[in-house]
Design a protein around this ligand. Structure first.
Ligand code: ZN
Length: 408
């Protein structure tokens, strides 16, 4: 890929993704195989005013080796120095850029049960620190093509990495024109869509599709739809996902009834779950089936009390560039932006009107689901219809045949 295009992409991530502030620290998390692009990102962060950029390198084969060779006890521990590091981050609130390039199958075959239990144990220690940082710092997840990932997405292409670069940059509106300006325009459109939805006074969404999906999800009285950029509590505007096509909200915990069918495979920590369905009763997933990976799906649901409840309803039209690209990325950042989706687990406390006036506990008490996991899964396709039902019982078409029912 041309250096100028990559530089513009790095600039997009530093300026629009993170919106690095003067004097702020930045932490970049990336795989070892991406030194050139990480360097470009660090340059752009410094140019934007970062006081210090630190990189946390990871290497998936090494993570895999650790998962295989370490005892569960060792895998589960959060050493004191790591807690100290978390305390330091709570205090200094660095902006965080996560660059994904891993092989979607990279952890295939490891002892998933052991891995999940260890993760669960670590999360118990880590979560209180994460909660303290919630809504206080800018972060952005974006992608760069790793060799194995590219081969998985484009198995027969002569130059799969180049092809995946093109797909990533096109989806991120960073292949043509001025990516920063492209995003500012895209953010404006998403904002207009949110304003429309938030003005309707919806109390529930009803999904239906020819694959058998019939699901009603209750919405929170004080809930808001959000999309595109968001603000930290101190008012810094940033984009947590590049790309992002979704308009989403946090549904009311305990109010989901019916059955929903997945429309794309779910890649969860290197394992694939295919053709699955979930049945909800009083908001809780009480039945789960999958053609492949059913044990992984069940493991997700049992991670903690909140893991079997919904934390997100996201609306993505079929005319979005990622859906139209018809590429299965095997990566949630992209695949979630190809279709309407739901998420199991944690909801978004900042989807509550005036959330800054409440504590995290109060927001959860209002009905925002709490969990250590947040797992998106795709449920939209070309014949998805969604109705919104208002407080007074009026029905409003929100989606028809996979697209917004109303043009704005
Ligand atoms: Zn989402």
């Amino acid at each position: 890929m041309k250096k100028t295009v990559l530089k513009n992409y790095a600039k997009l991530l530093a300026r629009v993704g993170l919106n690095v502030q003067k004097g702020q620290e930045v932490i970049i998390s990336a795989e070892l195989d991406q030194p050139d692009f990480v360097l470009l990102c660090a340059e752009e962060c410094y140019r934007a005013g970062a006081s210090k950029v630190r990189v946390e390198w990871t290497h998936q084969p090494l993570a895999r080796l650790g998962a295989e060779c370490k005892s569960e006890e060792v895998l589960s521990e959060v050493p004191a120095w790591q807690e100290e590091k978390l305390r330091c981050e709570v205090h200094r609130l660095p902006a965080r850029l996560y660059l994904e390039s891993e092989d979607p199958d990279g952890l295939q075959g490891i002892d998933a049960e052991k891995y999940a239990r260890a993760l669960q144990a670590r999360q118990k220690v880590i979560k209180p620190y994460r909660d303290k940082m919630e809504n206080k710092y800018q972060w952005c997840i974006a992608a760069v093509p790793g060799a194995r990932w590219a081969k998985k997405v484009f198995p027969s292409a002569p130059a799969p990495e180049e092809k995946l670069w093109t797909a990533i940059l096109r989806a991120s509106r960073a292949l043509e024109g001025n990516p920063v300006a492209n995003w500012q325009e895209h953010d404006r459109q998403l904002e207009a869509r949110c304003a429309w939805l938030n003005g309707l006074g919806l109390s529930s969404l009803e999904y239906s599709s020819s694959n058998g999906t019939r699901l009603r999800v209750g919405l929170l009285r004080q809930g808001l739809f959000a999309g595109g950029g968001e603000r930290t509590l101190s008012g810094v505007y940033f984009n947590a996902n590049i790309p992002s096509e979704e308009v989403f909200t946090s549904p009311a915990r305990g109010e989901a009834e019916g059955v929903v069918y997945s429309t794309k495979p779910l890649s969860y920590r290197g394992r694939l779950i295919r053709n699955f369905s979930l049945r909800f009763e009083n908001g809780r997933a009480v039945e789960a089936h999958a053609a492949a990976g059913e044990s992984v799906l069940r493991r997700i649901l049992s991670m903690d009390e909140g893991a079997a409840y919904l934390g997100e309803c996201a609306l993505v039209p079929c005319d979005s560039p990622i859906h139209k690209a018809k590429v299965l990325f095997y990566n949630t950042l992209f695949d979630e932006n190809a279709s309407c989706h739901l998420a199991l687990g944690a909801g978004f406390t900042n989807c509550i009107r005036g959330y800054e006036n409440y504590s995290e506990e109060q927001l959860h008490a209002m009905g925002v689901n709490d969990s250590m996991v947040h797992v998106d899964f795709m449920i939209g396709n070309e014949d998805t219809d969604i109705d919104g039902v208002t407080d007074t019982g009026a029905r409003i078409p929100i989606f028809r045949a996979g697209n917004w029912a109303e043009r704005l």
